[in-house]
Design a protein around this ligand. Structure first.
Ligand SMILES: [Zn+2]
Length: 240
């Protein structure tokens, strides 16, 4: 994709976060890899005022923290930059303070294998890190460690991070993580949920390599209109 398209997709997915109730205020931030740079949402701009030209650009391998753009990058740029630098399997990141994921993070509770969809995150748990202040290198280091062999993590008393090879895939995981957190919360509030064993989750992880999320263009017989994400298509189909 061209830079212009990537900037537009970042703005569109920001609005999706609001539409799916996954963001609180101006807290969320998104990034995407473009060759040896990172495009990232700016600091403290409400999503309804965000336009593609406001997206900041940062070098992945140049001066650490250097940026270009009309506005400074999100205060959480370290998390985004540090992950994209070392995780070659990652093309995009989403960080939000979604309600149920953040609620569990306040209890320092990892999400357990209460549902097989946890396999979409690469293993039998979605870890929860300790607390560190926002925007710090300490928080970025905790996030990176919590994401080892995983595509999602809870940040203690803060929120969540999800990864994707593409921004649409990261968006899919943001919805799935918040849904898992909500289901875990609800099941735990009325009893003790059964936990699927590690071997079963390992089998589902393998199956997801061929049956998991597919970008719209890879799905047979489906050609969604331009700029409509898989999620939008899904929602429309359900509503109809
Ligand atoms: Zn945050």
């Amino acid at each position: 994709m061209k830079e212009k398209d990537l900037r537009e997709s970042l703005v569109a997915r920001c609005r999706d976060l609001e539409k799916f109730g996954l963001n609180q205020g101006t807290a969320g931030n998104l990034s995407i890899r473009l060759d040896d740079t990172m495009l990232i949402t700016p600091s403290a701009v409400p999503y309804d005022q965000l336009v593609p030209e406001m997206i900041a650009s940062m070098p992945l391998n140049g001066e650490y923290g250097a940026w270009t753009g009309p506005l400074p990058p999100s205060s959480e740029w370290r998390i985004h930059l540090d992950i994209l630098k070392v995780r070659s399997d990652v093309g995009a990141l989403i960080h939000t303070h979604s309600l149920y994921a953040t609620t569990l993070s306040m209890l320092r509770k990892p999400i357990l294998a209460v549902h097989y969809m946890i396999a979409a995150f690469g293993g039998p748990t979605i870890r929860c890190t300790d607390y560190a202040p926002f925007g710090t290198k300490e928080l970025s280091d905790l996030a990176l460690a919590g994401l080892e062999d995983r595509m999602g993590v809870l940040l203690g008393s803060h929120g969540m991070i999800v990864l994707g090879t593409t921004l649409d895939e990261a968006m899919w995981r943001a919805v799935e993580l918040e849904t898992l957190a909500k289901m875990f919360y609800l099941a735990s509030s009325i009893g003790t949920p059964a936990i699927l064993d590690d071997e079963e989750i390992a089998r589902i992880v393998e199956r997801f390599k061929t049956y998991g999320y597919k970008p719209p263009k890879e799905r047979a017989g489906r050609k969604p209109p331009k700029e409509k994400s898989a999620l939008r298509v899904k929602t429309k189909a359900r509503a109809g």
